[in-house]
Structures are given as C-alpha cells and as structure tokens.
Design a protein around this ligand. Structure first.
Ligand code: HEC
Length: 139
C-alpha cells in the first residue's frame, strides 16, 4: 500500500516536468473581431480564454495532468473559431462559424468544466439574446 502511494507521488512529480506551451501567439490587432461593446464584453468574458490568442492561463494550467486538458481545450477551441484572427476567415467560413455559434451559445458553450470554475462565464438569457442578435445581423 505504502509503496503504491509512493509510486503515485513520484509519478505525479515526474509528470510536472512535462509542461505545456502557454505562449499566446502574437497577432495583428486589425484581424480581431469587431463588434458592439456589449457583444465584445460577453465574448471576452466567456469565450476568449479558448477562442482567442489572448488566453488567460489559470494557475491549474501549470499542474499536470490538468494542464494537458486545458491546453487541449485552448488548442481545439482556437481551431474551431479564433476571434483574434476573425478577419482572416473568408466570408463563407465566417458564415459557417456564426451559424455554429448561434447554436452553441444556447447550452454547449462555454464548456461545462470551464463554467464550473469560471462562474461568471455562464451566459445569461440576456447574454444569449445579445449574441444572437449580433450573429443574426451578420449572417
Ligand atoms: C474552456 C474553453 C472554451 C470556452 C471558454 C469556450 N469554448 Fe467554444 N469550444 C471549445 C472547444 C474545446 C471546442 C471544440 C469542440 C468540442 O470539443 O466540443 C469548442 C467549439 C466551439 C464551437 C464549434 C461547435 C460546433 O458545434 O462545432 C463554437 C461555435 C464555439 N465553441 C463557440 C463558443 C462561444 C461563443 C463561447 C463563449 C460563449 C465559447 N465557445 C467558449 C472550448 C471553449
């Protein structure tokens, strides 16, 4: 028993040496999405940590294996839609992303584990309305 515990502790310490890359890529500010302030506030509060190059890396992103999961979310999130490079997308791409966003804001986004920790990231009915009105106009 004691030995098994020791192995777990040693493994935990060892995996701490596998750190994830937490550098935010530098991007041209002109490429960032432009939207009314009310919309930007919601995006920055609830989406930017995973869907922009302005991720604020939390303290637990320094602790393996949680850090690996955080990195994965940011990596996958940026791939789906990255608001820092919004103007690089073609018209068709934007349309597709907006379409998905219209659905995702209803329940799927932000992802559940994130909402649990970042309580204020949860979208209120009013936030959803604000985002959808903005999306609707652009679509
Ligand atoms: C904690 C990280 C995180 C946050 C915060 C977050 N997302 Fe995501 N998002 C992801 C990941 C990861 C995916 C990739 C798909 C998946 O694994 O579910 C994704 C996928 C998406 C997709 C594509 C979904 C689809 O149907 O294909 C949209 C649209 C999206 N996010 C919008 C948003 C919006 C809008 C917000 C803010 C209200 C937000 N996300 C907040 C991590 C996040």
């Amino acid at each position: 028993m004691k030995r098994a515990f020791l192995i777990v502790v040693v493994l935990f310490i060892l995996i701490q040496f596998i750190q994830v890359d937490k550098n935010n890529p530098k991007t041209d500010p002109n490429l960032e999405v432009k939207a009314p302030k009310a919309v930007m506030n919601i995006l920055k509060r609830s989406c930017y940590d995973c869907h922009s190059n302005k991720t604020i890396w939390p303290w637990y992103s320094y602790i393996a294996p949680v850090s690996w999961s955080v990195k994965r979310h940011v990596h996958d999130g940026r791939r789906w839609v990255n608001f820092s490079i919004w103007n690089k997308y073609t018209k068709t791409e934007k349309k597709k992303k907006l379409n998905k966003m219209y659905k995702a804001v209803y329940a799927a986004m932000p992802i559940r584990s994130y909402k649990l920790i970042h309580r204020n990231s949860k979208l209120s009915p009013k936030d959803i309305q604000t985002l959808r009105a903005w999306i609707y106009k652009l679509e």
